[in-house]
Write a protein that binds this ligand. Structure first.
Ligand code: PEP
Ligand code: MN
Length: 352
């Protein structure tokens, strides 16, 4: 790993990596003091959620304001700055009262321009670093718009956090869609972006490879949820790692110096292909499941499996559509003939 930056240096010189670590949720004073001891000198900033945006009201919605005291104390213990999520002007006020050093705006807040504007207005005349997560919707302009709202009220240290997008990609909790942060970077090369691998992955086993991917795409830093007893964490237990696992991860990550623009582009294009291939596989599986269902239905109602006339008509329609999309006749024909063959096999399987 190369050098880990302090938050001041990171915003001013744009060099080094910003590493934000700490629990998903602040739970208790001892939890925060323990994590602070473990992270001292190893990361740039300690994170901890005080108010948690949960899907259902019955879930743990965060410890609330009293946790700010523990977060600040953890920062003092570790000699590190602290950050928390704010979603309302009252959260901001409380965070400032407790001398929290930086704030992030969560993905569910960034999606709503009214909420973002209200937060921005509350920041007029004050200076605090603001990290803007990508909105839950895959909309780079909405993300950029939120960043601009904070800049417009005079916040000078604004950065972005890429935390992925809810999608039906089974590999990730929030699919990375790397093209979105890359597009943000193209539109605003002056804005630092860090990668929240924890909320992208939603699981521990692919954190390192995802962090490496982010570094290969020249991320400016990482956010990694870290907890001394991840399994017992009040929120996001499946994705948090211990401080020692964090250290191990940091030791194996390779920061390639001077990644050329060409390498970045190739890496991003490859990951887009990987995502599409993955999607293709899942679509094939989905399609074959329907074929099986049709097979069962046909058997039940005594309908023949192969209906040649229908297939020929469909194939011709596909070929016409494919031509408009710039796909060659031979390619599309070959692909669909294989799909059709497999589909017939699936339908017959049930009759054997
Ligand atoms: C978090 O960082 O704990 C969090 C809730 O983030 P997000 O807004 O990305 O879901
Ligand atoms: Mn979390």
């Amino acid at each position: 790993m190369t050098n880990i930056s302090t938050i001041e240096d990171w915003f001013s010189s744009r060099s080094g990596l910003l590493i934000a670590a700490g629990p998903c949720s602040v739970e208790s004073r001892s939890q925060m003091l323990n994590i602070a001891e473990a992270l001292r000198g190893k990361v740039s900033i300690i994170r901890g959620g005080i108010w948690k945006p949960r899907t259902r009201p019955s879930a743990f919605e965060g410890i609330g304001e009293k946790g700010l005291e523990w977060l600040r104390e953890a920062g003092e213990t570790a000699g590190l700055p602290t950050m928390t999520e704010i979603a309302t002007p009252r959260h901001l006020e409380a965070a400032l009262e407790h001398k929290i050093d930086a704030v992030w705006i969560g993905a569910r807040t960034v999606v709503n321009p009214f909420s973002v504007q209200e937060l921005a207005e509350a920041m007029r005349g004050i200076q605090i670093p603001v990290f803007v997560k990508n909105p839950v919707s895959m909309d780079v302009k909405l993300w950029l718009g939120a960043i601009e709202r904070f800049e417009t009220v005079g916040i000078t240290r604004v950065a972005a956090i890429h935390r992925g997008f809810p999608d039906n990609d089974i590999n990730y909790r929030n699919a990375p869609h790397w093209e979105i942060p890359i597009e943000l970077h193209r539109l605003r090369p002056d804005i630092n972006i860090i990668t929240d691998i924890s909320h992208i992955c939603g699981r521990r086993d692919i954190l390192t490879e995802t962090a490496q991917k982010a570094l290969d795409l020249a991320t400016d830093g990482l956010m990694i949820e870290t907890h001394c007893n991840p399994e017992d964490a009040a929120t996001d237990a499946e994705q948090q790692i211990t401080p020692s696992a964090l250290e191990e991860m940091m030791n194996v990550l390779i920061v390639k110096k001077d990644i050329s623009e060409e390498e970045k582009i190739i890496s991003e294009l490859r990951s887009r292909i990987d995502i599409i291939d993955d999607e293709l596989l899942r679509l094939f599986a989905k399609r074959m499941n329907i074929s099986e269902e049709i097979g069962r239905y046909k058997k039940l109602h005594g309908i023949t499996v192969l209906q040649m006339g229908r297939w020929e008509k469909i194939l011709n329609d596909y070929l016409k559509k494919a031509e408009k999309l710039g796909l060659s006749n031979e390619f599309v024909k070959a692909v669909f003939e294989q799909i059709h063959k497999e589909s017939i096999e699936k339908q017959l399987e049930d009759r054997r």
